[in-house]
Design a protein around this ligand. Structure first.
Ligand code: ATP
Ligand code: MN
Ligand code: MN
Length: 366
């Protein structure tokens, strides 16, 4: 029995972008449960619930020690009634009954399997489930028309559901660097996404490409893709051109967190090193890679926007809007009070404009 006086109390800021969240999570029993419910909500198109569970999980990730008693959570932000109920269940019974029943539900299992296909989102998976498709075999037998992305996703299903290691990310980084240098010498490649935050594995590898001379980056992506294709490195690619300048609603107020950079969603064919070869004797594996090209003038914003985590980004934008009357995107920061764009050449400057203490990538794992 632990007395109230003995349990540690926490004091935590309410925005994730005010907190330092490392990968060292002392409450994974709780955050795993909440993340699963968040995922289930997102897969069911209940975004509000999804964000609420994500915020609650992120708060627990930022705590310096393990929570052992509900009384420690008193007064903490971000913990709604539903999340508290789940936490209580886990603390008292070791598991959450809601999480367990979700995990076992036919619908959740099917959503996981079907959205595990690259190119398949919650909406498509939901439609298939309503048509009685719950797994890959049923999907193949159904004769559903698949688009190019989904066909590639199905073909490389096992590889793409196998986590990408840091070593594989670095190997792909070398290939991308080589491609970029071959088509435009002087270009720079930055590793972003989870690997920049220090994660040891990821679901894909994210790169941002720029050139120190403004304007030189225009038209770069098709050349990079052509080079990669000519060398046999691509199993799939879809390139989207930059739509930043032609957008009507203004750059700092995008409809969603989707930015308008020239980008390429791809599947790389990565040759395995000898010691990584498996019993199947397959000498290569498929890896999801995101390539994004940014002009140097927007590079700091692009790096910040593509480093994540997704919740950290969402919270940064919420902070900017609600607390600073500013609009932050992966392209720019607009000050609505002064009615002007704020230029920045580093992430540090952007945090300073926002009145936030600088949080390095390794502490953005909210
Ligand atoms: P993982 O290890 O699972 O890949 P991650 O943090 O790298 O984790 P990603 O989905 O690769 O997750 O996203 C990386 C970053 O890029 C996130 O900050 C996300 O907000 C941003 N991002 C992803 N897709 C887009 C997009 N279409 N438009 C703008 N930003 C995006
Ligand atoms: Mn990623
Ligand atoms: Mn990505």
């Amino acid at each position: 029995q632990i007395s109230e006086a003995e349990v540690a109390l926490f004091s935590v800021s309410s925005y994730a972008c005010q907190r330092r969240t490392t990968l060292d999570n002392h409450n994974s029993n709780l955050t795993d449960a909440l993340s699963l419910l968040a995922e289930n909500a997102e897969l069911s198109n209940e975004d509000g619930r999804g964000v609420a569970f994500r915020r609650a999980a992120a708060l627990l990730k930022a705590l310096p020690t393990q929570v052992i008693s509900m009384s420690q959570l008193r007064g903490l932000p971000c913990l709604g009634e539903h999340s508290l109920r789940v936490i209580k269940d886990v603390l008292e019974n070791g598991v959450s009954s809601e999480v367990e029943s979700t995990k076992q539900s036919k619908r959740y299992k099917a959503l996981k399997i079907l959205t595990g296909i690259f190119g398949v989102g919650a909406k498509t998976a939901d439609r298939w489930i309503r048509e009685g498709i719950y797994n890959l075999e049923q999907l193949r037998d159904s004769g559903q028309t698949l688009n190019r992305a989904q066909k590639a996703g199905l073909e490389h299903y096992d590889d793409l559901n196998e986590p990408v290691t840091k070593a594989e990310a670095d190997a792909i980084g070398e290939i991308v660097q080589k491609a970029v240098n071959s088509v435009l010498p002087g270009s720079e490649v930055a590793l972003t996404g989870g690997f920049r935050r220090g994660k040891l594995t990821g679901h894909d590898v994210d790169f941002l490409i720029t050139h120190p001379e403004e304007g030189k980056e225009v038209g770069l992506m098709p050349k990079v893709v052509a080079w990669l294709e000519s060398q046999g490195f691509l199993l799939y690619q879809k390139t989207t051109r930059n739509s930043y300048l032609e957008s009507k609603d203004g750059p700092a107020r995008p409809a969603s967190n989707m930015d308008r950079f020239e980008r390429c969603f791809s599947i790389f064919k990565l040759t395995k090193r000898k010691e990584q070869e498996t019993a199947s004797h397959k000498i290569w594996r498929a890896v999801r890679v995101d390539l994004v090209v940014s002009p140097i003038s927007q590079f700091a914003f692009a790096v910040l926007g593509w480093t994540g985590s997704k919740l950290f980004e969402r919270e940064l934008r919420r902070w900017a809007g609600h607390e600073k009357n500013m609009s932050l995107s992966s392209h720019a920061l607009f000050d609505n009070t002064q009615n002007k764009y704020l230029r920045a050449t580093s992430e540090e400057e952007i945090f300073a404009y926002l009145g936030l203490e600088y949080i390095p990538p390794s502490e953005r794992n909210a």
